[in-house]
Design a protein around this ligand. Structure first.
Ligand code: GLA
Length: 373
């Protein structure tokens, strides 16, 4: 009799205690809304960084490789591919049941010079470069057919004014290099989702360029599944209105929207150019690295509010947003510690250098519950 009466009380107490001491889980918080991804470095997917791996397994259900599938890493020489690292990346994703993303097939950066040259060093002709592109895409996408579920086919083809970037791809092949890349990727894995990925698309001129580009690809029957908005954001850019309008504009083309490389830079701007051109390199000065000893609380709270504002847009647009991927796991390994200035102390993500959730983490979780029915 005594036992029967106490049992529900014990269960109740146990539930209250475990719930109040358990941290919310990002991927569960946004379940039914969108996937929550992280870009991983080699130590992370090789499970040599237990702190990050613990966070990844718990909170994320999608992964993107930071570098190992870029051309220079996977295909460093004309006749040699290096699949050791990407194989481990894909195995990691399968082990933890993640939606595995491939990044990136065709880009102007981190692509070796030989790609655009003949054996004697001359600039390649269109047909030979197209052949090389097809061979690369068929080999890389083909190797992970059915396992990598979505590919950034082309990265950063546009200038800030919305015109086409004069990359070696464009100069040698012409504007249809994008159509060809999508065609080859589809040929290699007809079931993979194919994406166009770029930064600063929240700015109207560049956004209009991307809208035109995708309309054209779609009119040619190419299967563009989604736009990737990189989301290398600042504290004051893009505005909530810009983010909302950008997502709506791409959704109106009948494609999905992925936020693919999200982070928020709290450090002082080092250049007037506020895009995400990875070739920028500014010299380190103390005034550009003001929070080397820690982020002041007011800024920590401002970052949390900024994350909450952006996530309220993603949640509002959850019918078209498929995935929100952070560019990194903890602040410790973010690229923003070394770009556009090497050696700064940056705070762009949801987990601090010790792997602890920041106020921004709580704010993001709350942004979901506010709008949940
Ligand atoms: C771009 C690329 C990414 C990465 C980031 C910075 O946004 O798409 O692969 O290089 O820059 O690390």
């Amino acid at each position: 009799m005594f036992k029967v009466c106490l049992f529900p009380v014990i269960i109740f107490l146990a539930t209250v205690l475990t719930t109040s001491s358990t941290q919310p889980v990002l991927k569960d918080t946004f379940k039914g809304y969108f996937l929550i991804g992280a870009a991983l470095n080699q130590q992370q997917f090789s499970e040599e960084d237990p702190l990050s791996v613990g966070i990844i397994k718990t909170h994320f259900n999608s992964i993107t490789p930071e570098n190992v599938l870029k051309w220079e890493a996977v295909h460093p020489k004309p006749d040699s591919y290096d699949f050791a690292a990407p194989d481990r990346y894909v195995e990691f994703g399968e082990k933890y049941h993640m939606f595995i993303v491939g990044h990136t097939l065709i880009w102007h950066n981190q692509t070796p010079a030989w790609v655009f040259q003949s054996a004697n060093g001359n600039t390649l002709d269109r047909d030979t470069l197209l052949k090389r592109m097809r061979e690369h895409i068929l080999t890389v996408v083909g190797r992970y057919k059915g396992r990598i579920k979505g590919w950034d086919v082309v990265n950063e083809a546009l200038n800030e004014d919305g015109t086409m970037r004069q990359s070696p791809w464009l100069k040698i092949i012409g504007e249809d290099y994008l159509a060809k890349a999508f065609q080859f990727a589809h040929e290699a894995d007809p079931k993979a989702e194919l994406y166009y990925n770029d930064y600063s698309l929240e700015n109207e001129p560049k956004r209009n360029g991307a809208l035109a580009l995708i309309k054209k690809l779609k009119s040619q029957g190419l299967p563009v599944a989604a736009i990737g908005l990189q989301g290398h954001d600042k504290m004051d850019w893009p505005t909530v209105e810009q983010e909302d309008a950008t997502i709506a504009a791409f959704a109106a083309l009948g494609i999905k929207v992925n936020i693919t490389e999200l982070d928020i830079d709290v450090l002082p701007p080092a250049t007037r150019n506020r895009g995400a051109d990875i070739t920028l390199n500014v010299e380190l000065q103390a005034k550009l690295n003001p929070y080397a000893k820690g982020l002041p609380d007011a800024l920590q709270q401002a970052l949390a509010k900024r994350y909450a504002d952006l996530f309220s847009v993603f949640v509002k647009q959850r019918n078209v947003v498929d995935r929100v991927t952070f560019w990194g796991v903890t602040d410790a390994a973010s690229w923003l510690n070394n770009w556009p200035v090497r050696g700064r102390t940056s705070y762009p993500l949801l987990f601090d250098r010790g792997g602890q959730p920041k106020p921004a983490f709580t704010a993001v979780v709350q942004a979901a519950s506010i709008t949940k029915p």
